[in-house]
Design a protein around this ligand. Structure first.
Ligand SMILES: Nc1ncnc2c1ncn2[C@@H]1O[C@H](COP(=O)(O)OP(=O)(O)OP(=O)(O)O)[C@@H](O)[C@H]1O
Ligand SMILES: [Mg+2]
Length: 257
């Protein structure tokens, strides 16, 4: 498939996207365009609508108004073709899930299995390669429930790699992860971008974003500013998204008052 190698086709193109819950406007007419093969950081206060934005892009919310295109395809078609993978803020893997690490990674192949739906040698190879890529080949047979939080994040990145997703969206991949695992995850994400995968991640680890991202998007229900990571994490830039007083109400909270 040559879709992703077309020049000028954005990895993600969002126009006028709005997510409204009963009492909250979480995403307000957001426009976002991301170029392929880059790492993007999304930075915004708690409650500023980052997860809601991801949910809408992933088709997890009932038909929000707006347009989502992934590599030039409507969001739904891109998802059906396994072009995009998503790692949610909470991984949702039950501690007693009786699956091995390799089995979890293999679920990334489901969308790509042939008509027999049976994994072939190429699928097994892809699972092994993906675990190698995230530095966990020795854990392949371990039950997923026995892994630490940081290891599980890496397993889910391996699943996205096995899926051959061209856009990987990660919601807070560094939350609750120690420095060593953060460095390991950052290294894997950087490698992926260098090999033709677009990465979009939400993170509160501002310093960590500087070495990792090509561009940072400051978010408050929509993109407020975007640019060089080192510029975007300066206090002057962050004032725009986090408000003038530390600990003050977020836009969402002000709205509910
Ligand atoms: N399912 C829901 N029902 C109603 N309101 C919701 C729901 N999910 C989120 N919200 C509200 O929408 C707003 C945005 O929430 P969201 O989780 O998207 O923010 P966030 O930027 O991801 O925050 P955080 O940094 O804490 O993860 C918040 O005010 C939240 O209370
Ligand atoms: Mg969130």
């Amino acid at each position: 498939m040559t879709l992703t190698s077309q020049p000028d086709v954005p990895a993600l193109r969002v126009l006028g996207l709005t997510v409204a819950y009963d009492r909250t406007l979480a995403v307000d007419r957001a426009d976002v365009e991301l170029e392929p093969d880059r790492v993007y950081g999304l930075v915004g206060a708690n409650g500023s609508g980052k997860s809601s934005f991801f949910g809408a892009v992933m088709g997890r919310l009932p038909q929000p108004p707006g347009t989502v295109e992934i590599f030039g395809l409507p969001g739904r078609s891109a998802r059906e073709r396994s072009l995009v993978a998503f790692l949610p803020q909470a991984d949702g893997l039950a501690a007693d899930l009786p699956w091995s690490v390799a089995e979890v990674v293999a679920t990334g192949r489901y969308g790509r299995l042939g008509p027999t739906r049976r994994p072939r040698a190429a699928d097994r190879q892809a699972v092994g390669d993906a675990l190698h890529r995230v530095g966990l080949p020795e854990l392949a047979r371990r039950p997923i429930g026995e892994l630490s939080g940081g290891q599980r994040k890496r397993v889910l990145i391996a699943r996205a790699i096995a899926q051959q997703a061209r856009l990987i969206i990660l919601d807070e991949p560094f939350a609750g992860v120690d420095e060593t695992a953060t460095a390991a995850i950052s290294g894997v994400l950087r490698d992926l971008a260098d090999s033709g995968v677009t990465i979009l991640l939400a993170s509160h680890d501002l310093d960590g974003l500087v070495g990792l991202c090509d561009e940072v998007l400051l978010w408050n229900r929509r993109v407020i500013r975007r640019g060089e990571p080192a510029e975007m994490i300066k206090p002057e830039a962050l004032l725009d998204v986090f408000g003038l007083t530390a600990g003050g109400p977020t836009a969402g909270e002000r709205e509910r008052r």
